[in-house]
Design a protein around this ligand. Structure first.
Ligand code: PMP
Length: 425
């Protein structure tokens, strides 16, 4: 698309060759990281909750509203075409990013939560489940992969079968295999745990389910920011994630589904943009992806997510993974030096997420005290109450690292924690 003459447009870079991974250069791209909190530089270690946004993402959203705003898929006029093209280009970027077979397999939703609700609701309405059928989930699911099933299960009396986890926070695969029966209709499992950091052996999980002819939904919310995902290689049937954990905006997320399932499922919501014909007697629906995108979507969000993917695509993803794994190793080693500190979640394969508790100090106190030094970590159950119950803790403190975090920030976290311990002594 050409810029209109006279219009000042901030450049939104589309990088094609990899940039050298330099964390200090990367930090300059994130305006919020220059902020002071309580007169101290922000140390943002809550990336599993949401990530900060590079200026490219912010600029692309601004540019959309400044120069290109119009509704999509509707008008034949210039701006509507520009907006439609930008939104559909974002869909293509997502398709490339996770290596889907086709862009029509990418459904834009609000986030991972909406994606799972969509699948649960549409599957139930499609008659996919009969009374007494079973869905396999794991003990480490986010509530977003428990409650949507329960809401529907309750009505149709479907049972959740739960894969147990070891003391280190790994799925017990022998128990997983035993959960299958003729009533198993779906496996819905988290790729990477947001509270334990565990990276699950999803390929093996999917292969086993397919041996039983059972489709698999993967909650990839915590996987996409940390490692390269290839849905065709995984061979999952559905894959969901949220844009805001991937350096993109809030209010936009992705449901990937294999065409055969998306074609089979009924729409989640009805309204404009998802129909072919409407009369008062009958409505026929459009093809995917439109069938699942009723009403005006989050156009700016889609565009912003596309820009976040461009931003990540400017690096070799292996460099991001390596950097974060180095941070994970360093932080693990430093945290274990702290007397009375226990890490919850010590799986062999972990993403850069560390939950911990300290003897005699409530996680809320830890979070509140280190906040005075500008250090942001998450405390609570992390929307994984069954995990807290499994490890017999009411809550944990959690530090989670993104591509812009540094060793110096981990040192500040450690100093902060030592200060907390001193105060409590
Ligand atoms: N699944 C996992 C593993 C998550 O970490 C989260 C967010 N914490 C979600 C699902 C839900 O994501 P959202 O709130 O963006 O819909």
């Amino acid at each position: 698309m050409e810029d209109e003459p006279g219009i000042l447009r901030k450049s939104v870079k589309e990088n094609r060759s990899y940039k050298r991974f330099d964390v200090y250069e990367i930090r300059k791209e994130f305006p919020i990281l220059q902020r002071l909190i309580n007169d101290k530089p922000l140390v943002y270690l809550d990336n599993a909750a949401t990530t900060q946004k590079p200026h490219q993402v912010i600029d692309s959203i601004n540019n959309y509203y400044y120069y290109d705003n119009a509704n999509i898929h509707r008008g034949l006029y210039f701006l509507s075409e520009v907006a439609t093209e930008a939104y559909e280009k974002a869909r293509l970027k997502v398709k490339e990013f996770i290596n889907a077979l086709s862009a029509s397999e990418i459904i834009f939703v609000k986030g991972a939560t909406e994606a799972i609700n969509l699948i649960a609701s549409s599957m139930f309405r499609a008659g996919f489940f009969e009374e007494g059928d079973e869905v396999i989930v794991s003990n480490m699911e986010h509530h977003a992969n428990i409650v949507p099933w329960q809401i529907n299960c309750e009505k149709r009396k479907i049972k959740l079968k739960v894969v147990p986890i070891t003391d280190s926070g790994e799925l017990i695969m022998e128990e997983y295999v035993k959960l299958f029966s003729s009533k198993t209709k779906l496996v819905s499992i988290v790729h990477t745990s947001n509270s334990l950091g565990t990276i699950n052996p999803v390929k093996e999980i999917i292969n086993i389910a397919h041996d039983y002819n059972v489709p698999v939904l993967i909650d990839g919310s915590q996987a996409v920011p940390h490692s390269k995902i290839d849905v065709q290689d995984l061979n999952c049937d559905f894959f969901v994630f949220s844009g805001h954990k991937l350096y993109g905006p809030t209010g936009i997320g992705v449901l990937y589904g294999k065409t055969k399932y998306l074609d089979m499922l009924p729409p989640y919501q009805g309204g404009g943009d998802m129909i072919r014909t409407v009369t008062f007697d009958e409505t026929t629906f459009d093809d995917i992806p439109n069938k699942f995108e009723a009403g005006t979507p989050n156009i700016a969000g889609g565009i912003g997510l596309g820009t976040a993917i461009d931003f990540l695509g400017s690096f070799d993803f292996d460099d991001i993974t390596t950097h974060e794994q180095n941070l994970l190793n360093y932080a693990t080693q430093r945290l274990l030096e702290i007397p009375g500190l226990k890490i919850i979640g010590t799986a062999k394969e972990k993403a850069s997420v560390i939950s911990f508790v300290i003897d005699g100090i409530h996680p809320y106190d830890i979070g509140t005290i280190i906040d005075t030094d500008g250090i942001a970590i998450r405390t609570g159950h992390h929307c994984t109450q069954p995990v807290m119950k499994r490890f017999n803790v009411p809550a944990t403190a959690r530090a989670s690292f993104g591509l812009y975090n540094t060793r110096e920030e981990i040192d500040k976290l450690i100093n902060g924690l030592n200060k907390v311990i001193k105060m409590f002594k």
